[in-house]
Each structure stands twice: as C-alpha cells, then as structure tokens.
Design a protein around this ligand. Sequence first.
Ligand code: GAR
Length: 197
Amino acid sequence: MTESRHKARLVILISGRGSNMRSIVEATRQGELEVEIAAVISNRPDAAGLEFAGHAGIDTQVLDHKQFDSRESFDNAMIDIIDSYQPDFVILAGFMRILTADFVTHYAGRLINIHPSLLPKFKGLHTHERAIEAGESEHGASVHFVTAELDDGPVILQAKVPVLADDNADTLAARVLEQEHLLYPAAIKKLISQQTE
Ligand code: GAR
C-alpha cells in the first residue's frame, strides 16, 4: 500500500462496550493514526459502542448472530457486509465470537485482535482471574494477527502491567484496559507503517 493510494481502511467489529474501538476512533481524530474507519459492526443489537460510533459519524451495522442457525451462515453474512466496505484490515475489538476457519482464511493477514493477556499465556476467557491465581507478577494485553487457533497467531505488540499484591480481577482488568487503549492504536500504526515500507 502506498501513501498515494489511500489511507488504510478499517472495519471494526464489536460485541459490547466498545472502549477499544473508541480509543482507535479518538486516535484517528487526534491525527495520531492515519486511517479511515469505514464501519463499526456489532453482532449484538444492544452493544453500547454502537451509539458512540453513530455519534462519531461512522457507519454502523448490526448482524445479530441469534438470527442465524449456524456459525457458518452468520460468518458468511458477516463477510458480505464487511467486504462491501473493502477494508484493508478487519479489527476485532471485544468481538466475542468464535470465528469459522473460512472466515479467518478469507481475511488472512488482515484480521487483527486484542486479547487481555500476555499471549501465549492465558488464551480464552477470565484472563485476569487466571493471571492472579497463577501468581503472575506481570500481566497485560496483546494485539495479534488472527489465525484459526483461538487467541493464537503472531503478536504485533504487547503492553505489560504489574500485578499488585492486593489486586482482584476488576482492579487488574482496569489497569490492563488503560494500556489496551494505548496499545491498539499503536499496534495499528505499526502495522500500517510496515505495509507502506
Ligand atoms: C477488552 O478487554 C478486550 O481485550 C477483550 O474484551 C474487552 C472488550 O472491551 N477481548 C477479549 O477478551 C477477546 N478474547 P471493549 O468492548 O470496551 O473494547
């Protein structure tokens, strides 16, 4: 991708709060990140992040997974909507769905996720509880390429935080989330600069 062609186009997928999506939108508004956010898509009609994106003037779409009778049919419908925006990258920002291998293959090299742990540690859910239970002194978040394995795939950038003696899952999650909001825009910036080299 060259500078003269176009700014990288992102489609962001969310399922809920959307605070990571918001951090990407804000970094773009502030000129820290030179991308075009083509659409924000949620699999849940009640995702709080949709309202923020709509107010920010971004196209929003809802594709309710409950209206589909299989994972394949949902993912295929998702591909049709996403591809109508012709994105360079598809950004999973708290998108809490297991993806089919066909979906992942379709976006190979263009599908990015943020996960609240220092991968390869603590794949899956309840990462903060598990980091405390394991007696970790450090925890954090990872932005990585998505591959067919859950929470696997090459890491683009990580952010670390200390685990404090009096932490519970909520205090640790809040410390990690603060870093996630810096990490995701930084990782996208890194990705784009590698593409333009
Ligand atoms: C974030 O902490 C993100 O890392 C996590 O969900 C949260 C979404 O928050 N993602 C995963 O656990 C993916 N396996 P947000 O909706 O406010 O961005």
